[in-house]
Design a protein around this ligand. Structure first.
Ligand SMILES: Cc1cc2nc3c(=O)[nH]c(=O)nc-3n(C[C@H](O)[C@H](O)[C@H](O)COP(=O)(O)O)c2cc1C
Length: 188
């Protein structure tokens, strides 16, 4: 079976406030090439990391970071979700069912519905060494969420801005993972 999407499906690309956020257009391009309709969602903190106008032009859809006003159109339902870059903060909150912003509301519910989800963290080694973080990653994996963290996928960066790792952030590999997962998952 080819990796590309045979019918038009919606991929939520959820962006958190970490270095690679400014390059999320790369993932949007790759996903659109594979036939996905892309809905970009940003945490409130991530809004200042991204070029909202450019992403809206690229996707033809508003970037969502808060609940819509009455009368605004709904976002299409997610067939799959990528959270990239995922922060220490959002990973810990999501693992513990905290929904204190729009993106977390949406993703917590989608996970409960069985929407295939892949998380690509961008964290430094200090954050990654924390016990709560290990527990969060384990909890998310126990809910069948793919967390691309580790020697075979993507490693934490040294404390600092992580700019050397930003250049090798695996957008393409993450898209391939979600495509495989979406093909093999039945949403409730
Ligand atoms: C310039 C800058 C870079 C940051 N980079 C990271 C990062 O790489 N990983 C991370 O987990 N947090 C990083 N942070 C901290 C997060 O932005 C902060 O924890 C924020 O509350 C995360 O919000 P969010 O999870 O809702 O996006 C960075 C903050 C700033 C100002």
């Amino acid at each position: 079976m080819p990796d590309s999407v045979s019918e038009q499906k919606t991929l939520y690309v959820v962006v958190c406030a970490a270095g690679p956020a400014s390059d999320v257009g790369t993932l949007v391009d790759l996903a659109q090439e594979q036939g996905w309709t892309v809905q970009v969602m940003a945490t409130p903190s991530a809004v200042s990391f991204i070029d909202v106008e450019a992403l809206e032009k690229q996707t033809g859809r508003p970037v969502r970071s808060q609940h819509r006003a009455p009368g605004d159109p709904r976002s299409p339902k997610a067939d799959a979700i990528i959270i990239a870059p995922a922060t220490f903060n959002t990973i810990n909150k999501l693992a513990n069912g905290i929904a204190d912003n729009y993106v977390l509301d949406v993703v917590n519910e989608a996970i409960g519905l069985g929407v295939p989800t892949v998380i690509l963290p961008f964290v430094n080694s200090a954050y990654a060494s924390r016990t709560p973080f290990h527990m969060s990653v384990e909890k998310l994996r126990s809910e069948q969420i793919t967390v691309l963290l580790g020697p075979d996928t993507f490693e934490p960066h040294e404390v600092g801005d992580g700019s050397n790792k930003t250049k090798v952030f695996p957008w393409k590999e993450t898209l391939i993972k979600i495509q495989h997962k979406a093909q093999n998952t039945k949403v409730h």
